[in-house]
Design a protein around this ligand. Structure first.
Ligand code: HEM
Length: 188
């Protein structure tokens, strides 16, 4: 997992539980107190999962609540950090359709081909007339975060679509399949 995701997690924990909270999460996850996560470098996935689990414990929330809080925090931060991606997308749909491309742009900074592929293999979008089907396959199995980020983005754009998870890795499927559908134009 690329360190941008860790960096934002630590910023969120810091804002909710202070620097002691950040240290406690690192300790519970077995990460050195002074380890710094660079936003353009890849770190191992099991470590990320330990950090997310420890963050839930320290903040006293379940995974769904943590994902929703993280998503809102991430989208607020992203508007300042990556304004061009927001300027380029006039609607949540345009943004969500670009999301795999945004992710893949981070893979280009990784030197090892297998690491690049770990990033680019995670999301595959199938565009449809009324929306899209997102196929997500990752050892991190955080489809809940995908849905939370999509909802947060829709809130930002004032745009609304239905989101339905048709298949899920957590139920034993090889990939999560998330159907995102916008109401037909002109529908009541
Ligand atoms: C400017 C906006 C965004 C940026 C810069 C961004 C960047 C990133 C980066 C760098 C990663 C780590 C990728 C990896 O190591 O495999 C990541 C992970 C992820 N992102 Fe985004 N992202 C953005 C928006 C979104 C949106 C809108 C969604 C969903 C609707 C999304 C869903 C996810 C998910 C689910 C993961 C975890 C992937 C995994 O399983 O490891 N992202 N994002």
């Amino acid at each position: 997992m690329i360190g941008l995701i860790h960096a934002i997690l630590f910023e969120m924990i810091d804002s909710l539980a202070g620097s002691d909270g950040v240290l406690e999460v690192k300790r519970r996850a077995g990460v050195g107190d002074d380890k710094v996560f660079q936003i353009d470098e890849a770190y191992d996935d099991p470590e990320w999962r330990r950090l997310l689990g420890a963050a839930c414990e320290v903040l006293g929330v379940g995974p769904a609540e943590a994902e929703a809080a993280y998503a809102d925090f991430f989208i607020r931060d992203a508007q300042e950090r990556w304004p061009a991606w927001f300027a380029r997308s006039r609607t949540a749909r345009e943004f969500l359709e670009r999301q795999p491309q945004i992710h893949n742009s981070f893979a280009t900074s990784l030197l090892i081909p297998a690491m690049r592929q770990d990033v680019t293999d995670k999301f595959t979008i199938v565009r449809q007339p009324s929306g899209f089907l997102m196929k997500y396959a990752s050892p991190n199995r955080i489809c809940g975060l995908y849905v939370a980020l999509a909802r947060s983005l829709m809130k930002h754009y004032g745009d609304h679509a239905t989101i339905e998870e048709l298949h899920c890795q957590k139920s034993g499927d090889p990939a999560c399949e998330i159907q995102v559908t916008w109401p037909a134009m002109g529908a009541p």
